[in-house]
Design a protein around this ligand. Structure first.
Ligand SMILES: Cc1cc2nc3c(=O)[nH]c(=O)nc-3n(C[C@H](O)[C@H](O)[C@H](O)COP(=O)(O)OP(=O)(O)OC[C@H]3O[C@@H](n4cnc5c(N)ncnc54)[C@H](O)[C@@H]3O)c2cc1C
Length: 377
């Protein structure tokens, strides 16, 4: 059993860490205030090879893999979680096309996605309930060589800035994943969801009214849409949430640790108070434990394991990292006293983003159901 990261993964972590400290951290508060998607930062990430991290070189990616991706998301989310959230969701459609798409689709979409010149969103959830995607009401009726799409999708990350959407729709009694490009008649972004976190990564509602796309926009085999969509959400979405949760927890813990070394009470740093040491030690143990569960799940995907083999491990990582972020953030804030509430110290911003991890890529209850099924099988 080898727990060491490769030299490439270590270097990647260092590079992204430096990027986050020097280019993201100074802008974080301003970015959140404007709420506008940072296209320039996306371009920078693409130049660094981060957007194409899971995509093979032949399609413009860097092919560093899933563990490398979690490390990137963790380092970015330690400082600015909405950008981690971009990677968490932006990779869903990208991965689906690269795993299941036709050669033509791969050549058309993957290189511009990797270059940050195109954004793809992944639309499964509907008002009928995200936990039960089989209740999908959006239809894609085959008429000649075209799908005619009707329906609505809610809570779709990046839809407002996406150039193309990969959507789940029903053709008769079968599920299909279909690409719909921005500007296609009958496809519109209805509104931006009014959520309190992930401010620069828009989450939108979208509508389709007699929207016609060529049959060649089908991704994967006809009728396999639900399993493709769920595989993407499980493998990419949940490992992505694990990376964000880890990053938020580390960002908060490290801020509290520094504060405990600097803040003096009774003539000495508060880090010398045993109650504070215990809190820091508990956060530290919590982060280390969750880190290895998360890395292990992503590492298994890199070893070629599929959703059936690794689904429960990924669900553990998603569940634990989500709880971790939401446990560590308020605790770190308390160590910082009133300063923890000041925007300057970033804690409130990180906690706000942490709350959004609970439903993203499947709720905590759905994670327990996945784990429960696996241990009883
Ligand atoms: C910030 C954010 C970004 C998102 N981005 C996307 C995206 O890009 N694409 C996309 O398709 N979706 C996206 N979603 C939607 C997300 O996948 C859903 O919110 C999630 O699947 C839960 O669905 P729901 O909100 O409809 O809750 P529901 O499914 O209605 O669940 C309500 C409650 O019932 C519980 N529950 C459901 N079933 C069971 C069960 N069998 N046993 C016990 N309890 C159960 C749930 O855990 C939850 O507590 C996003 C959501 C958020 C918050």
């Amino acid at each position: 059993m080898d727990f060491t990261l490769t030299r490439q993964q270590e270097m990647l972590r260092e590079t992204v860490h430096q990027f986050a400290e020097s280019e993201l951290s100074p802008k974080a508060i301003e970015l959140d205030e404007t709420g506008e998607f940072p296209f320039d930062i996306l371009k920078r990430c693409a130049e660094m090879g981060l957007v194409g991290i899971i995509t093979p070189r032949e399609y413009g990616g860097t092919g560093m893999g899933h563990l490398a991706r979690v490390i990137v998301i963790e380092e970015i989310s330690r400082v600015y979680p909405p950008l981690g959230f971009f990677f968490q969701t932006g990779h869903l459609g990208q991965w689906s096309v690269q795993e299941y798409g036709t050669e033509e689709q791969k050549k058309k979409y993957l290189p511009p996605l990797c270059k940050g010149e195109m954004i793809m969103c992944d639309a499964i959830t509907e008002a009928s309930g995200g936990s039960n995607p089989a209740a999908c009401q959006t239809t894609a009726q085959l008429v000649g060589d075209e799908f005619v799409i009707n329906g609505r999708k809610v809570y779709i990350t990046l839809a407002g800035v996406a150039d193309v959407a990969l959507i789940l729709a029903k053709t008769d009694d079968k599920f299909n994943e279909i690409l719909v490009e921005k500007g296609t008649a009958g496809f519109e972004i209805v509104r931006r969801e009014n959520i309190s976190g992930f401010r620069t990564t828009p989450v939108n509602e979208m509508a389709f009214t007699n929207c016609r796309v060529p049959k060649s926009n089908l991704v994967g085999q006809e009728g396999k849409g639900l399993s493709i969509g769920l595989a993407a959400v499980s493998m990419l979405g949940r490992t992505g949430v694990a990376g964000i949760g880890l990053g938020i927890a580390r960002g908060c813990y490290e801020a509290a640790l520094n504060f405990a070394k600097e803040r003096k009470l009774y003539g000495k740093p508060i880090g010398e108070l045993q109650a504070i040491q215990f809190a820091l030690a508990e956060m530290n143990m919590d982060i280390e434990a969750t880190k290895w569960v998360s890395y292990y799940s992503a590492w298994q995907i890199d070893q070629g394991k599929g959703i059936r083999e690794v689904g429960a491990d990924i669900a553990r990582a998603k569940f634990l990292a989500c709880e971790l972020a939401n446990r560590v953030a308020p605790r770190a804030m308390q160590i910082m006293g009133a300063y923890g509430l000041s925007e300057e110290y970033h804690m409130t911003r990180l906690l706000r983003d942490a709350l959004h991890l609970f439903p993203a890529a499947g709720t905590q209850e759905i994670m327990k159901i996945t784990i429960g099924r696996s241990i009883l099988a």
